[in-house]
Design a protein around this ligand. Sequence first.
Ligand SMILES: O=C(O)CCC(=O)C(=O)O
Ligand SMILES: [Fe+2]
Length: 272
Amino acid sequence: MTPEERDFFRTNGYISLGQLVDGDELTRMVEVFDRDRAETAKDHWYRFGHWQTVNCDALFTSPEFDELIRHPKAMAYLAEIMGDDICFSELCARHMGPYDGELDHGWHRDRGHWPEHPLRVDYMQLMVYLTDVHAGTHCFSISPESVDEEILDNDGQLTRGGIVDIHGPAGTGLLFNVAVLHTATTRPTQAERKTAQVYYGFTHRPHLSEDSLMPPALWRDHPDAETRRFYGLLNGKTRDYMDILRERGDLSPGEAQVTLRELDVKHGRRRA
Ligand SMILES: O=C(O)CCC(=O)C(=O)O
Ligand SMILES: [Fe+2]
């Protein structure tokens, strides 16, 4: 991270990583995304928000997503923003299809700021576009906010900070403080938007959410201690899942997906 980039992050709450993945790596990640959605995990996708379907267990259903989660360039920037106590919190693969309704914004902050952190960061998100995103497609939008500025309500923030629509070719990566006001922008379009959205937190802070199972292959069985640590801040969903494994023994992929669906219902994430 250059001093200019650090300064940009301080004064805007986000930083573009440019073309984070390209070439064969991009082709492979799009294939993984498509296979997950259309074949291996299709029952695992559910409606979310205004116009999305999501699979928040995509790391479990398609372990290849680990490559994006721990992409070396993203991890290098995250290490400068968050230090070495960073851990995995959540991964959702998200899809937005063609749409002919009204332009839609749902401005929100995912979580509050952590005022004791020098950059007011508690949780970060890495957004990776897996399709081209431009003025004619759905996009991610953010209202820039400086760490030196007072935190305002939505209207006040939008008036002060305005709106930046993030555009870029497939493979574009973006990091943002999830406490900064943002939204998916849904617009009339024939184009699909595909994204992988990864959340990171601090190992010594509470876990973020009950959305993603932390696969035991990564935090329990992995040979590398740093990998086990990075994936080791378990959420309630993972603890519940481990209790079920203890009772029932190993689950087939189909049984595992049924079980994860039941846990999403239990945690209020989706309906039965
Ligand atoms: O999908 C998007 O563009 C934004 C989604 C969002 O608000 C989030 O991931 O927290
Ligand atoms: Fe959000």
